[in-house]
Design a protein around this ligand. Structure first.
Ligand code: B16
Ligand code: MG
Length: 217
């Protein structure tokens, strides 16, 4: 049986990718690197410092670790200016209804995000009260596709991996769920998220009865 749902943040609950892109694009420009929205897909679900490594790869540049950390901090400052202005209106379709239904039925709910700003974003969007546990970029050593973030989520909720259902929009995130022995709902395009057990466009397609169907697989 499924006892808990584990949610990724960016791309599943809210669309912070636009703000990440804005801040990275600005930084890339100052380094003379052309960084497009298409390139930005590669940053989804990966850590801040890994994101910078990918941008440097695109620009064919290398950089000392210390300077990279400074640039990451600079990017985060820009990014947080947009996060500070976020409101509950930015919650993606179907999210609140599904979280309410899960709560009413007694399911446990955790966040499994790569972001170190996850808690702040949940506060700004007023989603925080729905969560029984938050595991994010501050708590994990190994990024997705390593299952660490989701395994820690299951542990914090006191459930087994096979009792968890993960919601993910990134390929690496779906892989992380599967590597952890969990069932996974992909949020996005079926051709991209082919490893997921089922793919939905957004959480308007989710319900308790749909979740119970997934217990059979
Ligand atoms: P931060 P998720 C991820 O969130 C984003 O998709 C990814 O683009 C970002 O680099 C990462 O968080 C780290 O974010 O700079 O705030 O620590 O999809 O895992 O919720
Ligand atoms: Mg994501």
């Amino acid at each position: 049986t499924i006892k808990a749902c584990l949610f990724d943040l960016d791309g599943v609950l809210v669309d912070t990718a636009v703000y990440h892109f804005k801040a990275w694009h600005q930084l890339a420009q100052t380094m003379g690197i052309e960084f497009t929205e298409h390139d930005n897909e590669r940053l989804k679900g990966v850590s801040r410092v890994r994101s910078l490594e990918i941008i440097l790869e695109i620009g064919g540049k290398t950089m000392a670790q210390e300077q990279m950390l400074a640039l990451c901090e600079q990017k985060n400052k820009e990014y947080l200016e947009d996060v500070a202005k976020m409101t509950p209106e930015e919650i993606l379709p179907g999210v609140v209804d599904f979280l309410k239904a899960l709560k009413a039925e007694g399911y446990k709910i955790a966040l499994g995000s790569a972001s170190k700003n996850a808690q702040l974003i949940l506060e700004r969007t007023e989603l925080l009260p729905y969560f029984d546990a938050i595991i994010d970029g501050r708590h994990v050593v190994n990024g997705k596709p390593d299952p660490e973030v989701f395994l820690k989520g299951a542990e914090a909720l006191g459930v087994q991996p096979q009792e968890c259902l993960v919601f993910e929009d990134a390929v690496a995130g779906v892989e992380a769920a599967k590597n952890g022995g969990m069932r996974c709902v992909g949020v996005g395009q079926p051709d991209v998220l082919s490893q997921a057990d089922v793919v939905v466009k957004d959480l308007t397609e989710m319900s308790i009865s749909r979740l119970k169907e997934l217990e059979q697989i």
